[in-house]
Design a protein around this ligand. Structure first.
Ligand code: 8IG
Length: 274
């Protein structure tokens, strides 16, 4: 067996993106989760946009609130960002390879840094909808890995302290937490949320951990930022709804877009363009 860990299909997708956008290499990848769409407009100038479904190996997203486009953005520093407005979730049943194809494509496109954003539930009563949280570490509760073969990848500093420090230099009050990826698509029961808290999870969601693992395996540095869009089940008196999730994202959009734009600006400060 040849365990290429998706490199060949990622290389094909990256070549397609380079051809269509006219940008041979991108410096950073940005995956936009629930509530984060529109952020690309604040970080720089979109020079090309491709419907995700047209790129080899990608499929159009079916979830409202998920953009479905791949954009090439010219940052004020001159660097290039590949913005993945589409994300394949594990619960779509397309397999873990499809879930991480986006980050592998970004790596093949040249990205050395991978920023993953998401909307999630909070197990911390004080973190209400609208709170942005830096991911310090994760619990992969999907019971699968995106890596195939005897490729023993070190995850000690997965969400690198270097990038978290840069984020904190932009907003010193940004809280940090542990993100637990559940398979979904159902939200947790209150008992599962209590279990997650006991295991050390501050945030619960349906993405990010598998992508972060693949990003690291592909040699990228990872930064994760969550937007709390709801209290996890049982944490507050309310029931969960996708409408609530969308509303929280809408209300926070300007603030979190600016936060991300400032962090990206800081990352490339004093780094010359290739
Ligand atoms: I947005 O409460 C969003 N995504 N698992 N639990 C899980 N995923 C989520 C939640 C949540 N909110």
């Amino acid at each position: 067996m040849n365990f290429d860990n998706g490199r060949q299909s990622a290389a094909q997708a990256a070549q397609y993106i380079a051809d269509i956008t006219g940008v041979p290499r991108h410096d950073i990848a940005l995956t936009l989760g629930s509530g984060w769409n529109g952020t690309e407009n604040l970080i720089g100038e979109t020079t090309a946009e491709i419907p995700a479904g047209e790129v080899p190996g990608f499929s159009a997203s079916a979830v409202a609130g998920h953009g479905g486009k791949i954009a090439s953005v010219l940052l004020p520093s001159g660097h290039r960002a590949l913005v993945l407005g589409a994300r394949t979730h594990y619960y779509e049943g397309k397999g873990v390879r499809a879930v991480v194809h986006g980050v592998r494509t970004a790596a093949a496109a040249g990205a050395k840094i991978c920023i993953l954003t998401n909307g999630c539930g909070s197990t911390v009563p004080e973190w209400s909808p609208g709170t942005a949280v830096l991911i310090r570490d994760h619990l992969n509760l999907t019971a699968v890995s995106p890596i195939e073969g005897a490729n023993f990848t070190d995850l000690t500093d997965l969400y690198t302290s270097r990038l978290r420090q840069i984020a904190h230099s932009v907003d010193p009050d940004l809280p940090e937490g542990v993100y637990a990826q559940f398979p979904g698509p159902h939200y947790e029961t209150p008992a599962e949320v209590r279990m997650a808290r006991i295991l050390g999870a501050d945030l619960v969601g349906m993405s990010t951990a598998l992508e972060a693992i693949a990003a690291r395996e592909a040699g990228m540095e990872v930064l994760g930022i969550s937007l709390v869009t709801n209290h996890a089940a049982g944490i507050s008196a309310e029931n969960l709804s996708h409408a609530e999730v969308l509303a929280a994202g809408e209300a926070a959009r300007g603030r979190i877009s600016k936060l991300l734009a400032d962090i990206i600006g800081r990352i490339f400060e004093e780094i010359p363009c290739r």
